[in-house]
Design a protein around this ligand. Structure first.
Ligand SMILES: [Zn+2]
Length: 209
């Protein structure tokens, strides 16, 4: 009997339970990241292994792949990078956390997901324009009651307006006043992020094995 006793090793999977469902991309348990808030389908959880974020029910790899193909074309996709600096700085104010978002991808999560259909990520390139815009709006979200007010106005994101009319008026004014200072901060921050491969938006290309 005694020779069968080993030092117990608890795999991370052992943490899977009702509160920690498995990650659709890698199977490790998901942990709470952001509580339920207006404009989102539910609380946001994240995988501490591959970095995938899930809004509401995490679902399956099939659903995550379907979402990936909805934003991309099956061969290439541009993702808002949940592993990027802007997601880390912004948390609940991260500009890519839009109404209707279900999955928040990272390069590693995409690599794991497309492996299910024998694809590999051939290249991952930072998208400067979209990346700076995401960083910029993430900074602006720190000043406003609502979220994504400026990019929403520009038709580049789905805004979550503040509840009260006076808050919405103030948000519009704040977005104008803070726009340039926020841009002056966003450009160097996003450049540093990209240098550390932590850019806000990344274009990925897939290839069949
Ligand atoms: Zn994962």
């Amino acid at each position: 009997m005694s020779e069968l006793r080993h030092t117990p090793v608890v795999p991370l999977e052992a943490g899977i339970g009702p509160d920690n469902p498995p990650c659709p991309a890698c199977g490790e348990p998901l942990f709470g990241w952001i509580d339920d808030r207006p404009g989102l389908a539910g609380p946001v959880s994240r995988c501490e292994s591959c970095g995938l974020g899930a809004v509401g029910e995490p679902g399956t790899a099939v659903e995550a792949l379907r979402e990936l193909d909805r934003v991309g074309d099956g061969q290439a996709v541009a993702i808002a990078n949940r592993g990027g600096f802007s997601a880390w700085i912004g948390g609940a104010g991260w500009a890519a956390l839009e109404p209707g978002s279900h999955y928040l991808f990272t390069i590693e999560a995409v690599r794991r997901l497309v492996a299910n259909r024998d694809q590999v990520v051939k290249s991952a390139r930072w998208s400067p324009g979209a990346g700076i815009a995401t960083m910029w709006q993430t900074i602006l979200n720190g000043f406003t009651f609502g979220r994504n007010v400026a990019l929403g106005r520009l038709g580049r994101a789905v805004a979550v307006p503040a509840e009260m009319p006076w808050q919405r008026r103030l948000d519009a004014a704040i977005s104008v006043v803070v726009a340039i200072p926020a841009l002056l901060a966003a450009v160097p921050l996003e450049l540093i992020a990209a240098a550390f491969r932590r850019g806000s938006t990344v274009s990925l290309r897939f290839e069949l094995l």
